[in-house]
Ligand binder design. Sequence first.
Ligand code: IVH
Length: 699
Amino acid sequence: MSDAQDPAAEIAALIAEIQRHDLLYYERDAPEIEDADYDALMRRLRALEAAHPELVQPDSPTQRVPGRVAEGFAKSRHLAPMLSLDNAFDEADFHDFTARIRRFLNLAEDAPLGFVAEPKIDGLSVNLLYEGGRFVKGATRGDGLEGEDITANLQTLKDLPRELPAPCPARIEIRGEVFMERADFEAFRAEQQAALAAREARKAAGGKLGPAVTIPVNARNAAAGSLRQLDATVTARRPLKLLAYAMGEASEAPAATHWEWLERLQSWGFSVNPLSRRVTDPAGFQAEMAQARPGLGYDIDGVVYKLDRLDWQQRLGFVGRAPRWAIAWKFAAEQAVTRLIRIEIQVGRTGALTPRAVMEPVFVGGVTVTHASLHNEDEIARKDIREGDLLRIQRAGDVIPQVVAVANPADAERGPPFAFPTTCPACGSHAVRPEGEVVRRCTGGLTCPAQTVERLKHFVSRRAMDIDGLGEERILTLHGLGWLASPADLFRLKHRAEALAGLEGWGGVSAGKLLAAIEARRRVPLDRFLFALGIRRIGEQNARLLARHYRDMASLRARMIEARIIGSEAREALGSIQGIGPAIAAELVEFFAEPRNLDTLDALLAEVTPEPLPEAAGEGPLSGKAVVFTGTLESLSRAEAEARAEALGARVTKSVSKKTDYMVVGTDAGSKAAKAAGLGVAVLTEAEFRAMAGLQIGS
Ligand code: IVH
């Protein structure tokens, strides 16, 4: 729930959201969003921080490198930092790399260098510390300086020597890659899918769920997830491989060249990639590996070239976080052409409509691809992607394939340009795209099945309705049973008290507590209620402004419906509330313009009574008074006058009645003024109103 008028709140929300995705990606190895969407969150956060430097939080994801130490593992500091590699993408890049080395070492332009080439496996690098020839500690790379201590997990790897035969240095760090072979990965994934299906079946039968099951998206994720198990016996059952390729800190130099070092590693019992080679023609080797790639039993995304002479490596050292003596020459992303069957629109948990290409299966980058993200409607328009087109797609070792371009743009037989839907495919509510944003969103937040669980979580959360005892797991259970489809259903759960108590893991006490917590919220302050509705951009602060301004839900509801018409008095009044800008006004109006939302809201209002906020402290002459304006005011607009009166606690109405306390009369006042006089209502001139409202003349 972002709040554009409250950058601090939006920053806090963005940080929480990004941290959640970091956790899913780095620690659970189960990303939920695509990189592009993650990047958009980061961009928004950076923009806000740039505009409000005083709001930059020390824990902001912009202030640190992700890939933190996971909770649950001890930290482990590497003796020598674990570096990354610079990339080369073509022969020219590689040539620059060798020219740099020769310049640095003061060698002739054609001096032979001598490289060792090693396939770059897409796995997880680990640091293995041996002392007195014994394996004493193993860690993930982490941020390069400090990783997670996964000694127990690494000890389960068959490829890892527990002891190094003499002679070996007293202390040495050995580095290598842990990964899963493709066939092992496929089998493991099938196993996980079966486990998930069994879990779903248990869930449907109301039985015990057992531990959560994640389906890894690729071999790298599977390896990472397996290595980061808190229970090492789980790791032991996973088909992990280890290939050694580098050295960290060493008490004495174990070799003079990298090649000798690899031989040394093998003599100690490590596996070294058998495709590693001393090369004189890197470009030739690169081409050879690109060809061999699909037939290898594991995923590689390039070749690492390391200068063979260790004394040269020593002299060259590092620049930034990468060595000058090594480079990763990446393969070009593999491309393929296939037919776009249709564009499917998915609705995310926050209502974002995301288009996805459904394609004829095609083998690319080592996997069969049937889907690709199309990101958003602008992307489709920019690339002019139409259903039935031939698409050139690529997979750069990533999880999600990308659409490069339409392969048949000049084809006369192409279908019509794609019309992006303006209604939500999940619930039929209208889907809108606020000005300046790329994402179109469903406005049926309360009703849309794609968003229900997320909305319910927000609805019951502490700062919203504050209903205790209803975590995500329980919401999912109740939602799955069909007992909880909208917020109003919460208040009807009392009719299922017995069934609730009988649910796995609930019991009478816990069900009773929950029902009591729900009953206690049948009356809530209006601002909490508004915030709980989860209307986009209506955070706590804006909810409070609205609650103060409109006082009760009935007038707010009525005024929002009137405010649909741009230029209407209700819209002007809404826009004139201090703190409510046009973007917020638009979101509010959209929400109330959706009949499905009104139905859901009214169902909820049949159960819950939102209560006006207590009068602001220090009551003034207008607080609690019913005020009507008529005629044209000279010194301020009608909207501003009304907003001012409301801000001071007055209720502004349109028609005069016996209940009216004051009528403010401008010029050209019509029949209302006469009626007011007849009813004995106190009539104020504009000047008198200004005085009462504390407005100075000329201000
Ligand atoms: S050497 C200072 N050799 O690539 C040299 N890395 O971008 C540091 N990798 O984190 C690494 N195969 O996970 C090296 N044969 C290989 C490699 C390799 C894969 C990965 C490793 C590292 C990343 C660096």
